[in-house]
Design a protein around this ligand. Structure first.
Ligand SMILES: NC(=O)c1ccc[n+]([C@@H]2O[C@H](COP(=O)([O-])OP(=O)(O)OC[C@H]3O[C@@H](n4cnc5c(N)ncnc54)[C@H](O)[C@@H]3O)[C@@H](O)[C@H]2O)c1
Length: 246
């Protein structure tokens, strides 16, 4: 699919979907920069990739800050000489009803989920523009449709769609594809932190036609397609991956 030897960054790949994406990309011959704020988790992903014969390096950085994102891109280019693929995956939830939501709950979620994707794209795109090649995938969520208790998270994931479409329009002429994926519930460490997880899961399964929760590998397979040249005429799209749930 034209990806052998390409260089990718996957943010937040110490766990969950990001880890599965890093593993899938590495298995396809891509050199992967594993980024996470939790060093041990990032290093574990790297160790797993290397033990399977893949190439990966851990670069720690907090992508919610301008400096963190810039450092991540600069160190990637220092290490591998260029950058072809960026997967803006790092994300968190801080679920609360609006009546209980504090300013810090709003700021933290928006800063990591939405501003973090902007920050990394801001510093990655000049490298891609220069070489007239790039693939960017942003993690939205089915929650962009709105969820009670997720005003901050839903807003960040709806914002990701606006960011994706704006970037696709700005960077298309430089042969840079920018797409978003919008998963439903996926079995990850992050998902288990949401309040009333068991109840939320039970309700979701009732209205999911495929009658199962998503696995990180389901999302990784889709993202691999979107960063490969098999999807080179797709840009500005939001691909839902929800087991048929809307
Ligand atoms: N799991 C789901 O059901 C689901 C559904 C839809 C969308 N998503 C989205 O997929 C992405 C991954 O979710 P997940 O469930 O795998 O989460 P997760 O919590 O398992 O993993 C997220 C990783 O991001 C890292 N991270 C957090 N803040 C960071 C920062 N500032 N800089 C760098 N790394 C940071 C965390 O340390 C963690 O390792 C998120 O954007 C999430 O919103 C998840």
């Amino acid at each position: 699919m034209g990806t052998e030897g390409k260089i990718a960054i996957v943010t937040g790949s110490g766990s969950g979907i990001g880890r599965a994406v890093a593993q899938k990309l590495a298995a396809e011959g891509i050199k992967v920069v594993v980024n996470d704020v939790v060093k041990e988790h990032g290093e574990k992903t790297v160790a797993d990739i290397r033990s399977s014969g893949g190439e990966a390096t851990y670069i720690g950085a907090d992508i919610s800050t301008w400096d963190g994102a810039r450092t991540l891109i600069d160190k990637t280019v220092e290490t591998y000489g260029t950058l072809d693929i960026l997967v803006n995956n790092a994300g968190i939830t801080r679920d609360k009803l609006i009546k209980d939501m504090e300013e810090k709950d709003w700021d933290m979620v928006l800063n990591i989920n939405l501003k973090g994707a902007f920050n990394c794209s801001k510093f990655a795109t000049p490298v891609m523009v220069e070489k007239k090649y790039g693939k960017i995938v942003n993690l939205s969520s089915r929650a962009h449709l709105g969820n009670p208790g997720q005003a901050n998270y839903s807003s960040s994931k709806a914002g990701i769609i606006g960011l994706t479409k704006s970037m696709a329009l700005e960077f298309g002429r430089f042969n840079i594809n920018v797409n978003a994926v919008a998963p439903g519930m996926v079995a990850t460490e992050g998902l288990k932190t949401i309040p009333k997880y068991d109840l939320v899961l039970e309700r979701a399964l009732k209205i999911t036609p495929l009658k199962r929760i998503g696995q990180p590998e389901d999302i990784a397979n889709l993202i691999y397609f979107l960063v490969s040249d098999d999807s080179s005429y797709i840009t500005g799209e939001v691909v839902h991956i929800t087991g048929g749930r809307y």
